[in-house]
Structures are given as C-alpha cells and as structure tokens.
Design a protein around this ligand. Structure first.
Ligand code: ASP
Length: 360
C-alpha cells in the first residue's frame, strides 16, 4: 500500500493561510457552498450558512443520497441521519433514522438549540420534529421507489427464484422483468435503477465553513446506505465520526461507507491529528491509513468500498481525501473531488488519495 502520487502533488491549500470566509464540501455541494458563502458574506452565522447550503441537497428530489428523494431502507422507507456542530458555542445536535422530514439537518440544529440533549433517533426524533413544527412528507419519490423495487427484483434465491418477478405461470414471451413492472419508465432511469440495485450506493453531503472572525461550523446529512436494514445508522449523525468541529483547530467530515468511518472516529481523529500539527491532507490520509489497517491493509477487501474525508483548518488550509483514486467500483465517473468556495464561484478540487485504483 502506498500513498498515491496525488497524495503528494494535489492542491488542497490556499497560499495565504489566514482565517477568511471559506466553505468546503463533498463533491455534490457546488450549490450548497455557494449558498453558504452568500450567508457568510452577509455576516450570517457559520452554522446557519452550512445548514442553509445542505438544505438545497436535502430538498432536491434528484439527489438520491440525501433528504427527500433519498434511496430507502430494505422496507422501502426513507430514513435520514444528520449532525451539526457549532464552533462558537461548542454545541452539537444530531438525529438518526428520522422519517418523513425533508431537512434532517434543521432538526439536528433544533435538537442542539431547543433541547438539553445531543441526539434523538427514530420515533422520538420524528415526534420532536413534529413538535417543532416541521411539516411531514412521504420522502419516497417515484424514482427512488423504482430503484427500490428493482433492488427487490435483483435478489434471487439459490435456485434463481424471486417472488417479485413474473411467476412460474407467466407466459414465456411475456417475461419482461423490469420493463413489465415499469412500462412507462424511460431506459435511462431503468439502467440507473439496475446499477444502484446491484451496487447499493452511499451518498451524503458534508459541508464545513470558516468565517473571517475565525468561527467555524459543520454539518453532515444523508439518507445513508441504500437498502439498509431499518434502523441502521451510519457515521453521518455521529459527532466525531460524520462531523467534528473544534474551532481552535478546525472542522472535519466524511462521506462514504459509514461503518468504516465509525470504527476510527474519523472526523475527531482528523481534528486531533491537526491539533498535533498535521496539515489537513496528512490528517485525512492518516485517518484513511487507520481504516486500511483495520483490514490488515488487504487491498482486495478495501476495494469493496469508498470513503472520503474533508478537513478545514482554522487558518484556512483545507483538503479532501479519498481512500481510492480512479473510477468507482460500479464504473461510474469518479467523484474524487471536493468543493471549495472562497468567495467567488464554487469549484471542484481534486482529493488526495491513499490507494490507487487502476481499473473499475
Ligand atoms: N456515510 C453515509 C453512511 O454510511 C453514507 C455516505 O456517505 O454515502 O450512512
């Protein structure tokens, strides 16, 4: 196992390292970072900024990894996780397995501000959200329902049988599988549904902000792993794993396979690494190395998942880091980039990486 050349060569830090308005996020946060920056520029609070940013993803039915339109659990129910940390007050809030609410990041912020607790889950989180006046919706969009039923069709017993496809009594010439189930759906959507059925995707947005006063906040919000067991909670709502902020040092967050991040408390590890003098990129790569160590550096097992970290230091230095370079396991274009907004348009910058993947 080697740190790839990009780990040494890629950009990831501005020349002038002083506190200033700066927002970074996972690769799906171009609009989120732009909105957060607008709020920072108008003098808004750093947590208000990042939450307003990720609300764009949460409310977007086309983002199938976050909020409304997120891919559901194995029962076809969308369950959302989110966490926030507010640097100036050193407070935190989180929700997990939250149903029916489009913006779990706002509920997490309400847990932080309106309760004496840090985290609410499941039915209790929903009851709290109702009490706070959050409107309820069915979060399962038609696109996500198609993907979920496609996943159910893709599961076969050892004899190749599946209760969700045409039965034994179906006329041979009428065995049309997905096309039969979704006659009006276009080929592109069906191809996408098949892809996400075979390779249950992760998603998520993490967004971190620093302002010119040196204040920092962070948020992570997700629908989690597609087709998860009901009640499964990943890293995103866990303070210290999916997000961590100590504005004396910086902020960090994660996307990708939460189970592996939880086992190294990634975001907190990165902050402690930076506290002890590491650059953001080194701090993230060290966290990824701990993940690799948990698999005895067995590349064949590590190849079965993706994990990304993002770090923003209080002096304005930052990095995005991925476990793997190159294409994703499912052959899709690599998202091994992260978003930076330092006051102009949001832009993508390359992530450093720990391991080099030559082919999908
Ligand atoms: N980290 C999230 C989780 O494990 C998913 C993701 O980031 O894609 O729930």
């Amino acid at each position: 196992m080697v740190a790839g050349p990009a780990a040494l060569a890629a950009a990831g830090a501005p020349a002038a390292a002083v506190a200033r308005n700066l927002v970074i996020s996972s690769a799906n946060g171009l609009r989120a970072c732009a909105r957060a920056m607008e709020i920072l520029k108008s003098g808004g609070d750093t947590l208000d900024a990042v939450v307003a940013g990720v609300n764009i993803n949460e409310e977007d039915p086309e983002d199938t990894s976050v909020g409304y339109g997120g891919l559901p659990n194995e029962d076809g129910v969308v369950e959302l996780d989110a966490s926030v940390m507010h640097g100036p007050t050193r407070r935190a809030g989180a929700v997990a397995s939250l149903r029916n609410i489009k913006t779990p990041s706002k509920v997490a912020k309400a847990v932080m501000e309106q309760t004496d607790h840090v985290m609410l889950v499941g039915e209790g989180a929903l009851r709290f959200a109702r009490a706070m006046g959050f409107p309820e919706y069915d979060l399962l969009t038609e696109k996500a329902r198609i993907a979920w039923l496609t996943w159910k069709q893709s599961l076969k017993d050892p004899q190749g049988h599946n209760n969700w496809t045409d039965g034994l009594d179906a006329p041979r010439e009428k065995k049309l599988g997905l096309r039969r189930m979704f006659p009006g759906v276009d080929d592109r959507t069906l191809a996408w549904a098949w892809q996400v059925a075979l390779h249950p995707p992760t998603g998520t947005i993490n967004c971190l902000a620093l302002n010119a006063r040196g204040e920092m906040s962070g948020v992570t919000t997700t629908s989690g792993l597609a087709w998860k067991i009901a009640g499964r909670v990943g890293d995103s709502p866990l303070i210290g794993a999916g997000v961590y902020v100590d504005q004396d040092v910086g902020g960090a967050g994660s996307t990708g396979r939460g189970e592996e991040n939880i086992r190294i408390a990634g975001a907190h590890t990165i902050i402690e690494n930076m506290r002890h003098g590491m650059e953001p990129r080194e701090a993230c790569l060290d966290a990824l190395q701990r993940v690799a160590r948990n698999f005895d550096n067995d590349v064949s097992r590590l190849a079965q998942f993706d994990l990304n970290f993002y770090a923003l230091r209080k002096d304005g230095r930052y990095a995005g880091a991925s476990l793997w370079s190159g294409p994703l396991r499912n052959g899709k274009v690599s998202p091994r980039q992260f978003v930076v907004n330092d006051g102009g348009d949001s832009r993508l910058e390359p992530c450093v990486y720990l391991l080099e993947r030559k082919s999908a």
